[in-house]
Design a protein around this ligand. Structure first.
Ligand code: PEP
Length: 248
């Protein structure tokens, strides 16, 4: 009943020329996909991606959004600007932004509120570091991040939200959480959402796994009952690999 959603996270990769090549290669490969397909691309490639995917089943997302409407926020990009160039989704709180750019649960919350207010669909990232997992703090961490991201919101706000559970130690490292490990934490996140917003909202909410997901491990991860999709970094940069994940 939850439509799977496979989203690519291109990170800081692909000029417009490279984006054009990748999207043109990808389009026919995923045309008959059963999952919802999204590519989250650098700001500079959003307009190109929106133009090239028009009329296809590929949706376009950004990788961050400002929490403010407009004004003196040098270097930031507003939700209105993202919508104008064709973004439908936006990644918020990716661990690279939490680790390198000072993102906190509070700023993740502000960006998520702002995205929803402007009709963008947030893909909110949560996940523990290796140190946190080894000290048995995974549940505490994802609970705090989940409660923080959605503070002050109502159950109905979650209709347009996706959560990506991304253990930080599995991102870009080639180490994947086992399908069972990923499912266990995702089921726990769903229980946290149920406590906060009720079981109906939690049952409807799509929760992806992210962290070195690739054509080899996608089927096993997607076979798990609580895993509703993937957020794909490295493997989303190659059309054939990404299409294989999409068609797990
Ligand atoms: C990511 O950056 O969201 C990610 C999951 O990356 P990778 O697939 O490369 O681990």
């Amino acid at each position: 009943m939850r439509t799977p959603i496979i989203a690519g996270n291109w990170k800081m990769n692909n000029t417009n020329a490279a984006a054009e090549q990748l999207i043109n290669e990808l389009k026919p490969l995923v045309a008959d996909a059963k999952a919802e397909v999204v590519i989250c691309v650098p700001y500079t490639a959003i307009a190109t991606a929106a133009r090239l995917t028009k009329g296809s089943n590929i949706k376009v997302g950004a990788e961050n959004v400002s929490w403010a409407d407009k004004g003196a926020f040098t270097g930031e990009i507003s939700a209105e600007m993202l919508k104008e160039v064709g973004a439908e989704y936006v990644i918020i709180g990716h661990s690279e932004r939490r680790q390198m750019f000072g993102e906190t649960d509070e700023t993740v919350n502000k960006r998520t509120v702002q995205a929803l207010k402007n009709g963008l669909k947030p893909i909110v990232c949560v996940g523990e570091t290796l140190q946190e997992r080894e000290s048995d703090r995974t549940k505490d961490v994802v609970k705090t991040q989940t409660a923080g991201a959605f503070a002050g919101m109502q159950a109905a706000d979650l209709d347009n939200v996706v959560i990506a559970y991304e253990p930080v130690w599995a991102i870009g490292t080639g180490k994947t959480a086992t399908a069972e490990q990923a499912n266990e934490t995702i089921a726990y996140i769903r229980s946290v959402v149920a406590d906060l917003f009720g079981k109906t909202a939690a049952d409807k909410l799509r929760i992806q796994y992210g962290g070195s997901m690739n054509p080899q491990n996608a089927a096993a991860l997607m076979a798990q009952p609580d895993i509703d999709g993937g957020l794909i970094g490295g493997a989303s940069l190659k059309a054939v690999d990404f299409s294989k994940v999409v068609k797990y």
